[in-house]
Design a protein around this ligand. Structure first.
Ligand code: URA
Length: 242
C-alpha cells in the first residue's frame, strides 16, 4: 500500500478537515508506532503502520459502506440545494467526504439503500452484468394476473418501447390490494412502477427489501443508518434465489 501524508490519512477517517487534523498533529496528539509525529506531511501506510490519536488506535477504513432505511420524501443524492437528501440523514459519525448513494430510489420509495465512498463497489453492484438482483415489495392497486408473471419473466416492454431484462414476480399477499415481490437486476427510471403500468396495474407504495444476498435490517428504523461489516457488504454479490 502506498504511503500517504498523515494529515490526509486522518482527514479521510472523518477526524476533521485537513486544517483541523493538521493542528491536532502539530499539537502532538497523533502517534505512529507509539512515537508522537508532529509533522502533518510525514507519510505512512495506514494499513501497516499503527496510528493512534489521543492514545486511541485509529481503526483505518479505506472505504465506508452504510445501510440506510430510506424514508419517503427524501432525495437519493449526496447534496441538493432545495431538498433533504439521504446523505443529510446520516449522523455525523457516519458522514464522510465522497459518500454517495449506490443507486437511486425514487423520492417516494422506501427501504434499503447502500451508501459508500467506494465507486468501484457501486459500479459493480449496479452493472446488470454483475447479476445483483434488487428486490422490491410493491403494494398494488389491483390483483396480479398469471400472465404478468410470464411477462416479467420474459422481459416487460415499457410504454416507450424499452424492453426490460427478465425479472422475478411473485405474490406475497393476495387480496384486492396485493403485495408483490419483484426482483430486478437493472435500474431503469421508475422501473417497477412502469413495469406494473405496462400490465395495467398501479404501484401504491414501494419498498426495497434486499440487494443480492443483503437484506434490509429489520432492526433499522426508517431514516436510520448503520455501518455494514465487510462481510455484510460482500453479501451484495452473493447469488441467492428468491
Ligand atoms: N422502481 C421504481 O419504480 N422506483 C424505485 O425507486 C425503484 C425501482
Amino acid at each position: 500500500m502506498a504511503k500517504e501524508r498523515l494529515d490526509k490519512i486522518l482527514a479521510s477517517q472523518n477526524l476533521g478537515s485537513r486544517k483541523e487534523v493538521g493542528a491536532m498533529i502539530r499539537a502532538g496528539r497523533a502517534a505512529v508506532h507509539g512515537t508522537a509525529v508532529k509533522s502533518p506531511a510525514q507519510k505512512f501506510d495506514p494499513q501497516a503502520d499503527p496510528i493512534t490519536v489521543d492514545g486511541k488506535p485509529l481503526n483505518f477504513k479505506r472505504h465506508l459502506y452504510l445501510m440506510l432505511n430510506k424514508p419517503e420524501g427524501v432525495l437519493s443524492a449526496s447534496r441538493d440545494p432545495h431538498a433533504r437528501t439521504v446523505v443529510d440523514l446520516l449522523p455525523p459519525h457516519l458522514q464522510r467526504r465522497g459518500i454517495f448513494p449506490a443507486g437511486r430510489l425514487d423520492r417516494d420509495t422506501r427501504g434499503l439503500l447502500i451508501l459508500t465512498d467506494d465507486g468501484g463497489f457501486a459500479h459493480r453492484m449496479l452493472a446488470p452484468k454483475s447479476h445483483v438482483t434488487k428486490w422490491y415489495e410493491a403494494l398494488l392497486e389491483s390483483p396480479v394476473q398469471e400472465q404478468d408473471v410470464l411477462r416479467f419473466r420474459r422481459g416487460v416492454e415499457l410504454s416507450d418501447g424499452m424492453i426490460c431484462l427478465p425479472a422475478e414476480l411473485s405474490v406475497l399477499r393476495r387480496g384486492d390490494h396485493p403485495i408483490a415481490l419483484v426482483g430486478l437486476r437493472e435500474g431503469k427510471f421508475h422501473q417497477v412502477k412502469r413495469m406494473f403500468a405496462a400490465c395495467e396495474n398501479h404501484v401504491l407504495s414501494l419498498r426495497r427489501v434486499r440487494i443480492g444476498g443483503l437484506f434490509l435490517d429489520p432492526q433499522l428504523e426508517e431514516g436510520g443508518a448503520r455501518e455494514l461489516e465487510e462481510a455484510e457488504a460482500a453479501r451484495v454479490f452473493e447469488r441467492q434465489n428468491g
